[in-house]
Write a protein that binds this ligand. Structure first.
Ligand code: 2F8
Ligand code: CA
Length: 237
């Protein structure tokens, strides 16, 4: 009877106290948030305040975490920022190769490029046989004329230097002219002999560029010479 009265007047909050037997004789309306033992709205609010604060803290931490993660994802990784030694070396090698490709010339620096071949015009003078050897020593041939354009180019250069040996002779058989590679002089090239040449004046068996055309002269004479060789292909980068 007494219990029923208490339940009706104090409400469900007090029910716990009754069940647990922790009922106190202290006046319940003295506790904060209780008026005559009943939990007020402010009391409810206060009792939930710590929970709300904890939730707010959690929310703040979550926001901070998301913000930090967002910033970290924007920073490039160490591998992206600092190239490794291998990458640096590979990059340097590529740059060197590119530079080499730019420097690559079809002919050595003291040779002249013309229509796919390299030509060396000597600054000193030698006899015809030594001139043949000098060209062989540098992987070339005493020049063989193969076209009208080449003849024009060679004649012009030789004229500015002086009489210049070419790779042509009739040493094997007088009057029958052959190039140093054994090929015969073609009839179409006979036009390049100077007027009256070849005349074999005092045993002349070797061909030279002289003035505006060709002349036969004594092979023992020292003259300039011109070597010819194919261009050297640049190594692939
Ligand atoms: O007139 C052409 C003639 O000129 C010289 O002989 C005088 C040349 N010889 C020398 O230069 C040694 C000839 O080869 C040339 O045919
Ligand atoms: Ca002559």
């Amino acid at each position: 009877m007494f219990q029923a009265t208490r339940e009706q007047s104090l409400g469900p909050v007090e029910e716990d106290d009754l069940i647990s037997g922790e009922h106190s004789d202290a006046p319940r309306d003295l506790e904060p948030g209780r008026v005559q033992g009943v939990m007020t709205f402010a009391g409810h609010l206060r009792s939930h305040l710590s929970l709300v604060l904890q939730l707010l803290c959690l929310l703040l931490c979550a926001v901070l975490l998301v913000a930090i993660l967002a910033q970290v994802s924007k920073v490039p990784s160490c591998h992206q920022q600092v190239p490794s030694k291998t990458q640096e070396i590979r990059r340097d090698v590529m740059q060197l190769k590119a530079g080499l490709a730019n420097l690559c010339r079809p002919c050595p620096w003291d040779w002249t490029f013309f229509q796919g071949h390299c030509y060396f015009f000597s600054k000193s003078q030698r006899n015809w046989h030594d001139s043949v050897s000098a060209c062989q020593d540098v992987g070339a041939q005493l020049v063989i004329v193969r076209s009208d354009e080449e003849q024009f180019f060679l004649q012009l250069n030789a004229k500015s230097r002086g009489p210049t040996w070419m790779g042509l002779s009739d040493l094997k058989k007088e009057g029958t002219w052959h190039w140093v590679d054994g090929s015969p002089l073609m009839l179409s090239f006979m036009q390049y002999w100077n007027p009256g040449e070849p005349n074999n004046h005092q045993e002349e068996d070797c061909g030279e560029f002289k003035n505006n055309g060709w002349n036969d002269d004594q092979c023992s004479k020292d003259k300039f010479w011109v070597c010819k060789r194919p261009t050297a292909p640049c190594e692939a980068a």
